[in-house]
Design a protein around this ligand. Sequence first.
Ligand code: ADP
Ligand code: MG
Length: 282
Amino acid sequence: MNQHSLYQEVRSHLAYLRLGAIAEALPQELERAQKEKLSPTAFLHALLSTEVRTTEERRLAGRLRFASLPAPWRLEDFDFDAQPSLDRKLVEDLASLRFIHEAANVLLVGPPGVGKTMLAVCLARRAAEAGYRVYFTTAADLAARCHKAAIEGRWATTMRFYAGPQLLVIDELGYLPLASEAAASLFQVVTQRALKGSIVLTTNRGIGPAWAEIFQDPMVAAAMLDRLLHRAAVLQIEGDSYRMRAHRARIEAMRQSLVTRTPDVFRTDASGVGKEAAAPTS
Ligand code: ADP
Ligand code: MG
């Protein structure tokens, strides 16, 4: 077989095996191998590395798509100084993802706006990047989906779906009380995952009697907590809402700019006043 038909056959093999990244890199890699007198092993290594990199990127993109994270938050963007009540060491330990390996749970507890969802998303993203299957949902969505599944005769499939991911984030438990059917769905999801897969759960209700109100039944609440806490880290976040803090900072900045620009306020050109006052907030 001459060089040309050999090359053509290599290309058709690559297409058959769907090694697209190698196919694309082949011409320049062949040229480089010749120029730099690469050993066959080094040449093969360069080609395969290209394919591995592309495959990893594609799989990560797929995992992130499946994960349905509501925002692109990363732990690097989390402002720990703004949340002194938070156990930073524990967060960093969780970020090592050992808890997923151990199928342990994480409960993020605190009032609205303190960063519970953000932390849950950051951990979920880390996990997806590390190769874990992750899925993000809210307690309300989970309940609604289970309800629909029950009606449509897809209960078992839906339960399998929630058992699948190595990390399941259940956001916003407790904002609305759960009807008994919803509580039962959540209970089953939590039970079937116990010791098999991790749950990161966020709630605005302190762990304890307040949970009886969420589930409208102290027995269900106790059983749920028992399952969740069997192997779990609890992160309590106190303090001000970060959202409100940012809001207050904006108002304060606006006030400051108005004070320093007082003369403008008294200008007779009213349209100019509006522009001057509005500028710093944009
Ligand atoms: P929660 O789920 O506790 O109600 P969120 O996680 O939704 O709060 O946070 C509210 C908003 O404030 C989000 O935009 C989030 O990114 C931001 N935020 C909260 N805490 C922090 C923090 N410590 N560092 C940076 N941003 C934060
Ligand atoms: Mg939230």
